[in-house]
Structures are given as structure tokens and as C-alpha cells.
Design a protein around this ligand. Structure first.
Ligand SMILES: Cc1cc2nc3c(=O)[nH]c(=O)nc-3n(C[C@H](O)[C@H](O)[C@H](O)COP(=O)(O)OP(=O)(O)OC[C@H]3O[C@@H](n4cnc5c(N)ncnc54)[C@H](O)[C@@H]3O)c2cc1C
Length: 450
């Protein structure tokens, strides 16, 4: 790790963007001895990871559940360093709900050597026939052994699975279920290379890879105030409600940033940690060539994620979370007592639907009806329960779409100006758009700045 440059050492490094990438960059910069100023346009930290105050219940409700996995090693390290590790609960088991409502508990066996640890869990997916379960296991191992960049790695997941002879049942009830939520894209659009990464890191390499880390409290109580307090303790100056409007570059280096209202801040370096669609707003047309001649991040396409929040007059399931197979609803998360105390709004469950582009124009009432119908077909208590309140939150640009081409559009963190570095889940991290990807990119940016 190198220290700050002598010429810039008395000037702070500015981080623009207070999402996970920006916060991880700020943390890495403080470790290197930099003075850091973080500018976030919203009045809160966390970016896409956040909560809102529901007007009816008064509860802090997550815009959408954010799940960490055991393979997200940088995320786990980050939450530990930021002192919020105890606000997550580790779940070792995935509960798959089959088409007939059967609960199949999937848990890797840690005492079997990888990747054999998966076999007992796969054997429990009883809603699939024995032949499908066996061919899924074979196909997972083959996918893990594909070398990155191998010709087959350039197509879509669905194309590869069909070429491998996977049945439609195996594709719909296993592969799609597993990958759509992990990748945020449907398998007929998602690239094989990223699917391979998910299967390898999340399932094949270690029995701990697919453990779930779920927040025990609203996301804002992890990623907003506590992170702000921790960053300030580390000496970071955090400016909320402060949008960066422009960058000043002279003599080949970034000298200052201009904030909304025209205020200028001299800086010794800059980490730009904003979403890909906002990056070119910061660089003037004359500065854009500095991003690189082959800049193609604007070709990344967005993918939507929808969260359907439902408050019932009773608990509808004892399960804290479940993967719903073969339905519009993909994941169910039951809020803990700390997240949803229940005295006003009742019992809160959240249904998450990734790659929900096809649903964004469906009237909300119809979506809620469909989801409630699915829950009622699974849990008898949901049939009797009265729906007290509902909210549908769709993020149309939740993540970038991981198509076979998307990796070639993702920029490296360094640009032609040595003291400006890019960060964000959309940069070239090798990960899909995830908290892990954002934190990796931020850390890398914080360590790379010249
Ligand atoms: C609905 C949904 C569900 C998801 N589920 C999961 C999940 O279960 N697991 C998972 O790992 N990931 C999930 N993700 C993805 C994850 O949220 C993102 O990958 C990650 O949070 C991105 O972090 P980031 O810092 O790169 O970007 P962002 O969080 O977008 O942060 C960028 C920040 O920059 C700020 N900004 C922009 N322009 C300016 C400016 N000019 N000046 C100052 N500030 C500026 C923005 O306000 C924002 O706060 C989900 C995302 C969504 C939307």
C-alpha cells in the first residue's frame, strides 16, 4: 500500500457517492492515512440499500430485502470493520417451497469434501425427479469446471443448460430459481460466465458459500446512521444532501470538485462512486475522453427488482425465509420482531421478485392479488389471514443486466487521470451487481488512488 502523494497529502481525497462502494472506498482511504471527505446527494447513506418510513404503520421498512451470502467475504469483512456484524443473522439452510407447497430444506453437509457437500441438499429437493436431481448435480460440476472465457462461457445460461440436456423442469424449478435472484436477470438473458461464478462461489467451493446473512433490523439501522457514526469516528467528513456537480482537472490531475450551489472543494484525489447512468453527468463533454476511448458503460442495461410488502393480521408462516419455486413470487422474507414490531401494522412479510421488468406495468393491485394467491396456496394460515396493508416498491434500475456482453462494457477503476478512480457495483469487479461487488470496487478504488 502506498501513502498519499507529497503534493496532495494535505488535501483531502473526495469520495462522491455514499453507497456501499463510496463507504468502502472511504474506509480503505482512511487505512492509508488519507484525509477523506464523502459527499452524498441524499440525506442518508447507503445508496440503493435503504429503508423508508411507512406512513400507515410508522415502521421503517426496507425498500427491498438485501441478502448477503457466505461467499461475500468482502461484505462480511466490511460489516465487521464497521461494527454492525451483530445486526445480521446467519442462516445455514435454504427452504425451497415446491410447486405443491412442500418444504424442502436444502443444507450443505460441511463434513463432506467440496463439492460433494451439495449432494445431500440436492437429494432433498423432492419436487424434482431423481433423474433431474442427478443431472443437475452433474451439470453444476461441469459448469464449475468450465474455464472462464471458454467459448461456451460467452452465451446465455439458458442456451448452455439446454445444450447440456437439462430438462425444462430442471431449468424452471432449479436453475432459474437459483440464478434469477442471484444475478438479477432471467436465464434466457443472463450470461453464462456470471452464472458460473455464482455456482462456483456460492455452492461448489465451500459449504459456507450459500449461507444467508439477513439483516435483523431495518437496513437503514445498519447502513445509514451507524455507518455515518463509524466513518466520522475514523475521521471521515461526511456531507449529506450535498451533490457534486462538476470536476475540475488541470495539469492532468483532479484539483477540485464543484458542489451544488457552486461551492468549490480543493481535493488531492477523487473516488467517483455513483451509478453508471450518473457518471457522465459529472464529467463535462470535454472531459469525457478521459474516461477512456473505449468507454461503453452507457451500454449497460438496467434490470428491475420488485418488493411486495404485505402486512397480515396474523403470522402466515413460521419460516423466516423461503425460496418459492415456479411462481411469480421468488423469495419470501418474514420480518423479525425488531424489524416489524407488529403493534400497528400487523405481521409483515416481503416478497422479492428479481428481473421484474415484465411486471413493471402490471397494476399493483393485480400483482398483490397474484402474490397473495400464491402465499395462500402454500400456507393455510395465509388463506385465513386478512391483508391489512400493502406496498409495492419497484426499482426499475435496481441493477445492471448481466448479459453475455455486459462484462465487456464495465470499466476498470483507473481512468486517464491518475488521481481519479471509479467505483460502483457496475465497474469491472467480476461480480454481478451486488453489495459484495460494490464493496470490492470501493475498496479497490481506495487502495488504487494515486
Ligand atoms: C431492489 C434491490 C434489491 C437488491 N438486492 C440485493 C441483494 O439481495 N443482495 C445484494 O448483494 N445486492 C442487492 N442489490 C444490489 C445492491 O444494492 C447494489 O449492488 C449496491 O448497493 C450498489 O452500491 P453502489 O455504492 O455501487 O451504488 P449506489 O448504492 O447506487 O450508491 C451510489 C450513491 O451515489 C449517490 N450519488 C449519485 N450521484 C451523486 C452526485 N453527483 N453527488 C453525490 N452523490 C451522488 C447516490 O445518491 C447513491 O447514494 C439490490 C439492489 C436493489 C435496487
Amino acid at each position: 500500500m502506498s501513502g498519499p502523494r507529497a503534493s496532495d497529502q494535505f488535501r483531502p481525497v473526495a469520495v462522491v457517492g455514499g453507497g456501499l462502494a463510496g463507504m468502502a472506498a472511504a474506509l480503505a482511504l482512511t487505512e492509508r492515512g488519507h484525509k477523506v471527505e464523502l459527499f452524498e446527494q441524499n440525506e442518508r447513506l447507503g445508496g440503493r440499500v435503504g429503508s423508508f418510513r411507512d406512513a400507515l404503520t410508522g415502521e421503517l421498512v426496507d425498500r427491498c430485502m438485501h441478502v448477503g451470502m457466505g461467499c461475500c467475504t468482502r461484505l462480511l469483512d466490511f460489516i465487521r470493520r464497521m461494527g454492525v456484524e451483530d445486526r445480521f443473522a446467519r442462516h445455514r439452510r435454504l427452504n425451497f417451497i415446491g410447486p405443491a407447497g412442500e418444504v424442502c430444506r436444502f443444507r450443505p453437509w460441511p463434513w463432506l469434501p467440496a463439492p460433494l457437500h451439495l449432494l445431500p441438499g440436492l437429494a432433498r429437493l423432492r419436487y424434482l425427479g431423481p433423474r433431474d436431481r442427478l443431472s443437475i448435480a452433474r451439470c453444476m460440476f461441469r459448469l464449475g469446471r468450465l474455464a472462464p472465457g471458454q467459448p461456451a462461457g460467452e452465451g446465455t445460461v439458458a442456451g448452455w443448460l439446454r445444450a447440456e440436456g437439462q430438462s425444462e423442469a430442471a431449468i424452471d424449478r432449479f436453475w432459474s430459481v437459483l440464478l434469477v435472484s442471484a444475478l438479477g436477470e432471467t436465464i434466457d438473458r443472463a450470461g453464462l460466465a456470471m452464472a458460473r461464478k455464482v455456482v462456483l462461489d456460492g455452492f461448489l467451493r465451500s459449504p459456507r458459500g450459500c449461507e444467508l446473512f439477513l439483516p435483523k433490523v431495518p437496513l437503514a439501522e445498519i447502513f445509514d446512521r451507524p455507518m455515518n457514526d463509524r466513518l466520522r469516528q475514523l475521521g471521515v467528513e461526511v456531507y449529506l444532501g450535498t451533490r457534486a456537480r462538476a470536476i475540475e482537472i488541470s495539469g492532468g490531475r483532479c484539483r477540485a470538485i464543484v458542489l451544488r450551489g457552486g461551492k468549490r472543494r480543493q481535493v488531492g484525489g477523487l473516488v467517483v462512486a455513483v451509478p453508471w447512468r450518473q457518471i457522465t453527468r459529472l464529467f463535462s463533454p470535454e472531459q469525457r475522453p478521459l474516461l477512456g476511448e473505449d468507454w461503453s458503460a452507457d451500454r449497460l442495461e438496467p434490470a428491475a427488482i420488485t418488493a411486495v410488502h404485505l402486512w397480515f393480521d396474523r403470522s402466515i408462516t413460521p419460516l423466516p425465509h423461503a425460496v418459492l419455486v415456479g411462481r411469480t413470487s421468488q423469495w419470501m422474507f418474514r420480518s423479525s420482531a425488531e424489524q416489524s414490531p407488529g403493534q400497528h401494522g400487523g405481521h409483515h412479510v416481503q416478497i422479492v421478485i428479481s428481473a421484474s421488468n415484465r411486471l413493471v406495468d402490471l397494476p399493483r393491485g393485480r400483482l398483490v392479488e397474484r402474490v397473495c394467491g400464491e402465499l395462500a396456496s402454500i400456507w393455510p394460515a395465509a388463506r385465513q389471514a386478512r391483508l391489512l396493508h400493502q406496498r409495492v416498491v419497484t426499482e426499475r434500475e435496481a441493477v445492471f443486466s448481466v448479459t453475455p456482453e455486459s462484462d465487456s462494457f464495465r470499466p476498470k477503476p483507473q481512468i486517464a487521470v491518475p488521481n481519479i478512480v471509479l467505483a460502483g457495483d457496475w465497474t469491472d469487479t467480476g461480480w454481478p451487481a451486488t453489495m459484495e461487488g460494490a464493496i470490492r470496487s470501493g475498496r479497490q478504488a481506495g487502495l488504487a488512488i494515486d
